[in-house]
Structures are given as C-alpha cells and as structure tokens.
Ligand binder design. Sequence first.
Ligand code: PMP
Length: 438
Amino acid sequence: MSNNCAISNNTNVDLDFDRKHIWHPYTSTVSPLTCYPVESAQGVEIVLEDGRKLVDGMSSWWSTIHGYNHPALNQAAKNQIDKMSHVMFGGITHKPAVDLCQKLLSIAPSSLNHVFLSDSGSVAVEVSLKMALQYWHSKGEKRSKFLALRNGYHGDTFAAMSVTDPDNSMHSLYKGFLPQHVFSQAPSIGFYQQWDESCLDDIKHQVASHHTDIAAIILEPIVQGAGGMRIYHPNYLKGVRALCDQYGLLLIADEIATGLGRTGKMFACEHAEIEPDILCIGKAITGGYVTLAATLTTSHVANTVCEGEAGCFMHGPTFMGNPLACSIANASLDLLATGEWIQQVRNIESYFAKTLPSLTKYERVKEVRWLGAIGVVEARTPVNMETIQKAFVDAGVWIRPFGKLIYIMPPYIIDTHSLDKLIEAIRLTLDRSDCFQS
Ligand code: PMP
C-alpha cells in the first residue's frame, strides 16, 4: 500500500499500482497527490472504501445534479442496455437520440433548431468552433480567428485550449501548436454589482480592430468556471450579443458548466435574455452518469454550413448519439422537466447568501461570491492541496479546490444539513495555516 494514501489499509483498490501507473487529472507521476478510493456513491454522499461517507460539494465536476445512484437514471440505463448499448449514428437513427434532441430543443433558446451530439464537453466546443469556421467558409470568407475572454476555460483539446485564457492555462506549454486568437479582458463587474458600460470598452475595441478576421466570439455566459469561478453582470453578455449583431459575428455560448439549471436559470444566457448562435451543453446532461455533450445551432448557421463546398458538417465521432448515454440523458432531462430543480437551486442560493458572507471575517479570504448552486470562496493565497484535501475528507466532505479557489457546486438535491457540513468544513480549513501556501 502506498504511503501516499492517508487512508486505512482496508481497501480492495491496488493503490500502489494506481500511484505508480495511473495518471489522474493534472497530477504528477513523479510525486502524485493522494487519491482516495471510492466504493460507491448514493444521493449526495460519496462512500470511501474504508466506509467513511463524504458529503459531495463538487457534483463530480459539476455534473451529478440529481445525486448519485438515482433510481430513474439507473432504470433508464438498465432498460437501454438490454436493447442496445451502442450503434453507429451514420445512416442510422434511434428513439433515445431523437427523444433527447427534441427535449434539448424544447428547453434551449428558441432560435436553436439543430443538434450535433458528441462525446464530451471539449469535443462539443471543438464542434462549435468548426461550425463557425465552416459557416464563414461557406460564405466565401476565410476567417480563422476567434475572440475569447481572459479567465475563460473551454476544455483540454487543442482548439478548446486555444480559446482558453492564455495565461491561466497551457498556452505557453503548447506554443507553436496552438493557433493564436484574440483575447479580451475578463468582464470586471460582478453579477450583483452596479453596472458600468465601460466594462465593455475592451471587447468593443478588440472587435472593432479584428472583426474582419473573427469567425465567432466564444464565452461562458455569466459564470467563468475553471478559469477563475468569476460571476459577471448580465449586461456584459447583452453587450457582447449586441456587438456580434453589429458586426455580423457568431456568438458561441459554452454552457457546459452553466447549463441545465446550475445558475438558477435553465441556461445562463437567460439571465441576459439573449440567445447565442451556437450553444454547447455537456456535464449535467446525463446527470453525471456517462459522458455526452451536444452543440446546438440555428437553421441559418446549420444550413449555411451545409450549403458550402463540403456539403455537410465535417465531423462524425464513433460514439456520436450513443443510445445508452442518450437514454440516461432523457431520464435526466425528465427530472429537470418536473421543475423541482428551480426551488432546489433557489434554496441553495439563499443558503449561500446567508452563510458565505460570514467567511469574509477570515483574514485568509479575499472574496466570497455565489449564484444559483455555485458558491465560491477566493483565498488570498493558493491552497496546499494535499493538506486541505485531507482536512476536507477528515471533516466528512468532498471539496476539491484549485489555486486560490475553494468552491462548492453540490447536487441540486442537497439539504441544509449537508450544506452546513460543507460550510463548516471550509470554516475549519480557513482556520488552518497549513491548508494554504504562504
Ligand atoms: N467548457 C467548460 C465551460 C467547462 O467547464 C469544461 C469542463 N470543465 C469543458 C468545456 C470541457 O468539458 P469536458 O471536460 O467534458 O471535456
């Protein structure tokens, strides 16, 4: 057993093999961080191999919105797997995919009429960028640039990386391989702050200077997630939509993190009452069960793409429209269709409004912010990952911070008692200097 594991020996998982041979996300093979073996998960709890139960504050990277081991999602998976787990989507269609696309179009902004299903969030972003490029190609214009925002994050694949914040990400590492795009300053005015039109100055300037090269503006509406957990003013989004209209640019809304209720609206774009030309959905689409994503667009974009030289959209992943994933997604969207999530997310938001401000009394805390089922504590210095992770586990919660950010995005079904546990655990770590770098 690895001495890296601050957990009991009572586990079936070969942790030594894991540590020596298995790559975990953003983790060194040379000095890996501890990995906690999980045996099962139920509702809002993750059960460790040693029997400890942790309240989940992460929704497994923001996807498990209905909680783990949900009977309706389990049943959907079981029903479908007995019929067919997978069949190719080229030249074939099936009820799970058709039902899912109907459901997606019924909840998405009304101007979106076409759905492209894919494997993961990053691929949905790649698809959106390719759609925009092919759109301009069909119109006889070679536009090869995108405008993206500082502090934005859009995924780990190459095109997605290229529109992710250049300083906050892997740009320098992959210099020479990543195409260079135009970046505008991140929106500086918070969701609840007083709006000031000057917040749009930089993006107006960038668009005015580069609009003939730009195919689309890509952004995460209202909440910039992995690039800094920043929650910005809806008027910024309104202003960007107006700029796109003024200059004839496409607007790509990456709602992979924000979509399906997380910010209190079905889609975060609704906070600004705008509609994008292309919309990316992922993560919560299957309730966090299996990987699936979708890129939606208007008839205008879809038809322009297909009227071009290629005659079709040039993308077709092997597992496109995977029936198993679609069936689970249908069950997940049916749960959302009950509307229960609205009150659940509202309750979480009110809970954050009541509790998070009290954390600013800690010297270590720079700022707290929240929206919908997203609560963020920004520290003044980065966390000490190994120590803080163990402190959270010892306190009976699963919270995975990054950099200076301790945030919680729990399953929508979480109750006050479990939220108390999450906040108390954060309080405990804020009292401990060993949980933070100096
Ligand atoms: N876009 C956004 C806004 C995301 O938050 C993420 C994942 N954190 C992605 C794209 C990439 O999704 P995936 O990890 O499923 O490829």
